[in-house]
Ligand binder design. Structure first.
Ligand SMILES: *Cc1c(COP(=O)(O)O)cnc(C)c1O
Length: 480
């Protein structure tokens, strides 16, 4: 399997997996995708169903990744999956499913070290990076910006990995106390937390400024782990396969013959639902992909109207991990929607967005066919919806869900009659990460898993810095 950029012209030779693993963006500014999607047959799925029951998540993860990775020997890739998805890391079983009322299920993706679904991809990425760096005898300095979940998932996945140092920027005082405690309590010489004076965008601008210095970037082997990295997307394909298998197996045991499911995904940068799209393109029996946004609903607007309009800034909401003004992975879907036309994609995401701030596919046959051909439907959930949904699910099922998951449950209910099969909602975080909103909805603190008891009391490893790129470079340079 080879990889091409969403902005490449036809007949550009593709690159192997490990060559695109360590850099996020393609040189032409596009994002990497496989040259084609592998296809799943009914026999393959039947085989994986057995494999999941007998050997578990890691074995299925190997099978899925093996379809996308040619340049890592099978035995090594299998060992990488086993380390990433060990039950010590994610519990047992990895990604359990839980039925709620009205044909809605939760795929529980947040049982990892930082209680957010981002662990599912980051843990694999940590193993892949360490493997590939050792093979190339190289080191990597990861420079990232986080508003909360990405930073901690990255730090917990990369700590202790040979050859890797992480510098993580976060906006001073803006993350929830729990999120701050998670990151800042890590005591590891290769994990450097920098709290920047400013907001998340200032952190991102700093990363861009430092990454934009080509000589500095090369001298320090700077790399990123942001959500445009293909390794993160492909890791997430696995849990769609696994949760499909788990839910259909459970329903089959209950005497219900289900052939297709739908998924509801709380969406920010379109990474998670991009993996669902890939799984559907591979032939996983999915009817609808229900995209749920919060008040920052650029993507809902696109799927309803055909107009993709980048906002000037994100509104702060109570599902903060979806507070985006543009969706960094969306280009991957548009490339597929346009029949994999890299020239047209480059035009839309380059000059058109730059010059007019939006593009409009509303009159095109491709957009008219997006629901039938790709399964996408969408909706928006607001703060009031979030609170009402957290309450309703708690009352009906005795389950406390986090605000992001609540956005997806809300939109799933709204679109129930428009889609086929049971709806699997991807749970993206545990409620403990966003306790203020849980208290607002339920009048009590969410349950705190034992692993997180008392983390706020641990010593904090963090340095406050002004938003100054030269200073940041000096810190990276002088780090032992
Ligand atoms: C990152 C995140 C999301 C959004 O995921 P995308 O891949 O950016 O669409 C949703 N919920 C939580 C809790 C997150 O951390």
């Amino acid at each position: 399997m080879r990889y091409v950029s969403t902005r490449s012209t036809p007949n550009v030779p593709g690159l192997p997996f490990c060559d695109i693993l360590l850099d996020g963006l393609a040189p032409d500014g596009g994002l990497y995708l496989p040259e084609h999607y592998p296809s799943l047959t009914a026999e393959t799925l039947a085989h994986w169903r057995t494999l999941l029951a007998t050997e578990g998540y890691a074995a299925v993860a190997f099978e899925v990744l093996d379809l996308f990775v040619d340049d890592i020997p099978d035995a090594d890739l299998r060992a990488i999956c086993e380390r990433a998805y060990a039950s010590e890391v994610f519990g047992d079983p990895v990604v359990p499913v839980q039925p709620l009322s009205d044909g809605v299920w939760l795929a529980k993706l947040s049982e990892g070290p930082t209680a957010a679904f981002k662990d599912m991809a980051m843990q694999l990425l940590g193993q892949l990076f360490e493997y590939e760096l050792a093979r190339r005898d190289e080191t990597l300095t990861i420079l990232g910006a986080t508003s909360g979940d990405t930073g901690s998932a990255a730090e917990y996945a990369m700590r202790g990995r040979r050859g890797i140092t992480v510098f993580m920027l976060s906006p001073q005082g803006r993350m929830s106390p729990f999120q701050q405690a998670q990151m800042f309590s890590l005591d590891d010489p290769h994990i450097v937390n920098l709290a920047v004076e400013g907001v998340f965008d200032d952190c991102q601008d700093l990363v861009k400024a430092v990454m934009g210095d080509a000589a500095f970037k090369a001298a320090h082997n700077l790399g990123a782990v942001n959500s445009i990295n293909w390794g993160r997307v492909v890791a997430q394909v696995v849990y769609y396969v696994v949760s499909y298998l788990r839910v259909t197996t459970a329903l089959d045991a209950a005497g219900e013959d289900v052939t297709r499911v739908s998924f509801a995904v709380p969406t920010g940068n379109f990474g998670n639902i991009c993996a669902a799209h890939v799984a559907r393109e591979m032939g996983l029996p999915i009817d609808a992909l229900i995209l749920a946004t919060n008040e920052n609903n650029v993507l809902d607007e696109f799927f309803r109207t055909g107009v993709y309009r980048v906002r000037s800034g994100a509104e702060e909401t109570s599902s903060p991990s979806m507070d985006i003004s543009k969706a960094s992975n969306f280009e991957r879907f548009v490339y597929d929607l346009l029949g994999r036309d890299g020239v047209r994609t480059a035009e839309l995401f380059g000059p058109v967005l730059r010059e007019q701030g939006f593009f409009d596919l509303s009159g095109t046959p491709e957009f008219a066919d997006a629901r039938r051909r790709y399964g996408f439907v969408s909706g928006t959930s607001t703060h009031a919806d979030r609170l009402a949904t957290i309450r309703a699910v708690e009352t009906a099922d005795g389950v406390v869900i986090d605000p992001h998951t609540a956005d997806a449950v809300k939109v799933a209910h709204d679109l129930r009659d428009a889609v086929a099969g049971p709806i699997i909602v991807t749970e993206t975080a545990l409620p403990v990460k966003f306790s203020a909103t849980i208290v607002e909805a339920l009048g009590r603190e969410p349950e705190r898993p034992a692993a997180f008891v008392g983390i706020e009391d641990l010593p904090r490893q963090v340095t406050d810095i002004p938003a100054d790129a030269e200073l940041l470079k000096r810190i990276i340079e002088e780090h032992p």
